[in-house]
Design a protein around this ligand. Structure first.
Ligand code: KIV
Length: 265
């Protein structure tokens, strides 16, 4: 397996589907890396998935740096991208460049992801100027949950769809190396994907994107149900862990564990 770099990711457009998955700790990062994913994303979904929060807004730069650091220890081949959390780039471009730099310098990230509107095109350019690759994220932007009035499908009407298409082109021009499309109609995702030369990575955006991303806890079945419509549950990790723990509880209480096999003479 070769190391997946930004040029490798760029070259995959129109050739090979890109597979991205989130991870938040070293052992999970090692498992997904060994499974052959192209990009490991330390998502600020950390807030919902690991920290038990109801949205991503309270997640801090320090927490994201800590999790990026530990994820980096589990990765050999995959590209490591880190989410810049809420208010780490919105306040000024100077803050954006400084914080993006911390992800690379202190945590081992190889790129950063930001949620983009027209107001953040210059932010992409400034981070790029520092030599840090940027992944854009449009459509449903969880950091703007209050502004959007909830986690809703975006780009449904013609005007909204045209806005997103135009935004995607500006993000490419600004120098982003890839673009996450979250919760938009499949047709619109296809149109955006065909209209830009950087790879699109979809989540709830249909099959025509250049790649797909899912949250590891959702795809493995660790997350509590109900799950969003766009998630496919590939395993039942939550019940596997629950059953194993229940069996351990029963065996300790009955004296069936530990046996001689698990004891020292
Ligand atoms: O935070 C996250 O995990 C994400 C992905 C779902 C794209 O932004």
């Amino acid at each position: 397996m070769k190391k997946i770099t930004v040029p490798v990711i760029s070259s995959m457009k129109n050739k090979t589907k890109i597979v991205m998955v989130t991870a938040y700790d070293a052992p999970t990062a090692k498992i997904v890396d060994e499974s052959g994913v192209d990009i490991v994303l330390v998502g600020d979904s950390l807030g919902n998935v690991i920290q038990g929060l109801k949205n991503t807004l309270p997640v801090t730069v320090e927490e994201m740096i800590y999790h990026t650091k530990i994820v980096s220890r589990g990765i050999k081949n995959a590209h490591l991208c880190s989410d810049m959390p809420f208010m780490s780039y919105q306040s000024s471009n100077l803050d954006a460049v400084r914080n993006a730099g911390r992800f690379v310098k202190e945590a081992g990230a190889e790129s950063v992801k930001i949620e983009v509107t027209e107001d953040y095109i210059d932010t992409i350019k400034e981070i790029r100027k520092a030599g840090i690759p940027v992944m854009g994220h449009i459509g449903l932007r969880p950091q703007s949950v209050h502004d959007m009035g909830g986690y809703k499908l975006q780009g449904r009407d013609k005007k909204e769809a045209e806005k997103l298409l135009s935004l995607a082109k500006k993000i490419e021009e600004a120098g982003a190396f890839s673009l996450v499309l979250e919760s938009i109609p499949q047709k619109l995702a296809k149109k955006i994907t065909k209209s830009i030369n950087i790879p699109t990575i979809g989540i709830g955006a249909g099959v025509d994107c250049d790649g797909q991303v899912l949250v590891i806890n959702d795809l493995s079945g660790m997350s509590e149900e109900p799950l969003p419509k766009f998630v496919k549950k590939y395993a039942d990790a939550r019940n596997i862990l629950k059953d194993a723990t229940k069996e351990y509880v029963d065996e300790v209480r009955s004296g069936a564990f530990p046996t001689k096999e698990h004891s020292y003479d």
